[in-house]
Ligand binder design. Sequence first.
Ligand code: C2E
Ligand code: MG
Ligand code: MG
Length: 678
Amino acid sequence: MPRYSPFMLFRTQPKALPTAAENAESGFQLMVQYQAFNKQLPLMYCILLCNTWILSCNHLESAPHWLTLYIPLLLSLVCLSRLGFWFKTRHQALTPALVQRRMCQTNLLAAPVTLAFAGWAIMLFNYGDTSTRYHIAGYLALTMLCSLLCLMHIRVAAIIVTVIANLSFVILIFTSEQGQSSVLLITINIVIVLSGMMLMLYFYYRDFVQLIQSHIQAETLSRENFALANLDSLTQLPNRRKFFHDLERHCADNSSQQQRFALGILDLDGFKPVNDLYGHGTGDKLLYAVSRRLENICAEQASVARMGGDEFAIIITANMDEAALMDFCTQIGKTLRSPYAINNHMVHISASIGLAIYPDMAQNAHDLYEFADYALYHGKRNTRCDVTLFSSDHRKLIVRDANIEQALRRAVLEQELSVFFQPIIALSSERTVAFEALARWHSSELGIVSPAVFIPIAEQASLISDITLALLAKALQVARSWPEDIRLAFNLSAHDISTRRVVERIMLMLQQSGVDPQRVEFEITETAGLQDLAQIKWCSEQLRQMGCGITLDDFGTGFSSFRQLHELPLTKIKIDRCFIRDIHSNPLSRKIVQSLMTLSCDMQIQCVLEGVENADELQCIQSMGAELAQGYYFSQPVPEVMSHSLLAKQTDTSISENTIQTSENHLGTVDITFKQQG
Ligand code: C2E
Ligand code: MG
Ligand code: MG
């Protein structure tokens, strides 16, 4: 498209085709110019009209009527029609094309209109006396000066007016008689003033254009900054900031129209190992590929944003009921599960999605996000489903968790926390070789709270390290009273083991406890919480160097376990009890346990089977060659005093003959009986 020069009447042929940005820039410049001129247009015509009629009145007696009445009437009609047009179109939306047209019209009209007024004034020059001639010179000078000022934003028109005005004065000079030298001098003065004005106008234009251009540059820059601030540079998706802005807007729009929409928070499972195994370059490409798949599947129905890391948010605006929503999200999960070919690797990942619906479940953007996020992490931790829809049960859990967190914050940990001990049995010798320390909390406000409930809450509320240190102090005190060959297994949260400060305090506590570090093994649960593997590795190496053992707890249920097996300085794995339950009747469980045992054997680390609840399970794992086991079949977790009784009883009693029967009642105290077998 040919480019229009904003200040020229005619099209100029560009050297090279202008870019879209250049076109937009020149269009904007024209608009600003036109608007500035348009504001002054009525003033210009009003002054023109008034001055014309005053001059006409001054010549009523000396000049013929066609010159003092009819021509001014005709000129007035032209002015009024221009004023009428201005009035009619003053609120019209302007486009660059329209502005271009209007400016061309103004430029085209400038010459005939100026010629008409100037010609009329020159014609009057032949009538009247010296004073009326002064009037004509003044009329021409002032009216042209005023028009020049009003037209200063349209350079071509301004030049036309000035040139015609100057020519008019030249004509006046030639038509003035010898004796009227003062008219001549005034005319020369006016020509000098108009020429000076022309020069000033030139400089004004230059500054005006520069001002507009710097304004455009600032606008462009701020637009670019705005886009950058709202875009995730890696995936080219809207970023977290844009997402929250859109979410707020959707809530505001929909609250007035009572429309529903859903929010999905999506988290990739297995992304971290891809990053660790193949490097960040592959990880970045994977995130980009995931983003494109998400964009494709969301299409018109939803909009997707990257929240950071491997987390995405999806605002689903299409009208769907709960079943359709679940189907849609399941479809997203399926799409993301297909393998990705990146840098000569076939990469496999999956996704978990938490969903919440507005306004059914939450009445504002903040709650909606929190609920979808809660559904995601609750689903990941508990049900391990691909898609979890926030429900009333989740709402109850949120209230419960908040109460527990508050109670934990107010609790006097040393008093309310205690430690129970569950024996770990060596199956070959049928003896207790270690005790696992298990936290018990008897809250003064809430009563007994299970560690399976309060530990994750303490982790999220960053209260876990205080709990860990309080429990470790108690557990070490008890361990000191056991025989030297009995070990202590102590659970550490992923948060503890990834914090240097906590690990250093644990090490100090161990040194000061008088318990040989070789007797202590720390159990780490392999959860999604084991994110900062490098830090966990460093911390567990510190503990290993002291002589402590490191056990990977609940093995087989968590995330990226093989990666952790490979990276961490492990001495033991604990196979989760879900594989031991009904192992005697479930060939698949047997196969899994067998392969995990073989794996631990190959890695030359020990293996504990936890959750043995009956003789059938015990028999089965014994036949498979298991060495260490733990479970209610041997003993429930018991308080300190009972740990001593258990150790005392085992000195000369075989486990197969005497199985210790314990039952942990709701107050956390334990009854122990010895059952004679056979
Ligand atoms: P865990 O470390 O895997 O501990 C074993 C859990 O399984 C204990 O539950 C134990 O009572 C239970 N258990 C043992 N044998 C059997 C069995 O035969 N059948 C069944 N059904 N359960 C059995 P508990 O004491 O409720 O602890 C639950 C979880 O809470 C622990 O799982 C651990 O992850 C966490 N936890 C407990 N104490 C601590 C602690 O001091 N620090 C940290 N960070 N976490 C702890
Ligand atoms: Mg454990
Ligand atoms: Mg466990």
